[in-house]
Design a protein around this ligand. Structure first.
Ligand code: HEC
Length: 264
């Protein structure tokens, strides 16, 4: 029986030093030995190079290449995995659901503005809402006014600087007369996303903005252009104008204060 407390403490110290040695003793030393692996499955994971062969997959197109050809009618989707049901009515989730819906781009009319090779849809293939008009205005003012002007009349700064050909005046009747191709919403959609090209020489007439303007945004811009067109010649008495706004249209501007400048 060890009775002396001093001996007991001494023994404990020796025991704990012996235990700590294997763990701490070799830190920082160089060695050619394989390191100890406490959780080997995290160190050694299966890795396949894209063009190498594997026994894991069945033959596909005559190869066992690790990089598989996507199944027919599927779109590779490697962004965050997202299940809209999981997030229910959370407002922020709506964007991701919409984005997901766009991946398959299954609706030709909505994603190309056409129902066939040259068959442009007449009208925006979705319901126009107030939010959509606000979005359209924002995107129009970011992407289009430099050339087409705030009113859409083709007098933006770039036009004034002499861009050729002259940016179109979108208030011209040929962009609202339904018998003309240029007035179809589907045609405008293709102009925004794919650009406008000279059909004979192939020269570019208007750059394409599809890299920066999604299908949703393009339809919103078109809805806003329709508002610009419709609002140009409306009388302040028009019944479609809310009474609360009418006074803004009819108010007269106060006279400008007399100039204090030095006369020449
Ligand atoms: C770099 C200047 C520029 C920008 C920016 C620009 N456009 Fe144009 N756009 C033009 C020019 C130039 C034409 C006319 C080409 C012609 O008549 O040959 C044109 C023509 C058009 C037409 C008429 C197409 C037709 O059927 O004749 C529409 C509609 C149009 N633009 C919409 C837009 C919209 C919407 C935006 C913003 C997303 C936009 N444009 C941005 C230069 C621009």
């Amino acid at each position: 029986m060890i009775s002396s407390p001093i001996i007991r403490v001494g023994l404990l110290l020796v025991a704990s030093t012996l235990l700590a040695l294997p763990l701490a003793g070799c830190r920082g030393d160089r060695t050619d030995d394989r390191p100890r692996q406490f959780l080997p499955d995290m160190d050694d994971q299966p890795k396949w190079k894209a063009q190498s062969e594997t026994e894991f997959f069945a033959l596909q197109d005559g190869t066992r290449r690790t990089q598989r050809v996507p199944n027919q009618n599927t779109v590779a989707f490697a962004r965050r995995s997202f299940n809209p049901d999981q997030f229910g009515a959370n407002a922020w989730a709506a964007d991701y659901s919409l984005e997901r819906a766009s991946f398959l781009a299954e609706d030709d009319a909505y994603y190309t503005g056409r129902t066939g090779p040259d068959a442009f849809v007449d009208t925006i293939p979705t319901t126009v809402t107030r939010e959509m008009l606000d979005l359209g205005r924002r995107k129009f003012e970011i992407n289009c006014v430099a050339c087409h002007g705030y009113k859409g009349d083709g007098t933006g700064m770039v036009a004034q600087a002499g861009y050729t050909p002259a940016p179109a005046n979108l208030l011209d009747p040929k962009f609202s007369d339904p018998s003309q191709r240029s007035a179809k919403d589907g045609h405008m959609f293709s102009v925004i996303r794919e650009g406008l090209w000279n059909e004979i020489t192939g020269a570019n007439r208007m750059p394409a903005y599809g890299h920066n303007i999604s299908a949703d945004q393009a339809w919103a811009i078109i809805a806003y252009i329709r508002v610009l067109q419709a609002s140009q010649n409306v009388s302040p008495d028009d019944p479609s104008i809310p009474d609360s706004q009418r006074s803004l249209l009819t108010r007269s501007r106060p006279a400008a204060p007399a100039s204090e400048g030095v006369s020449p």
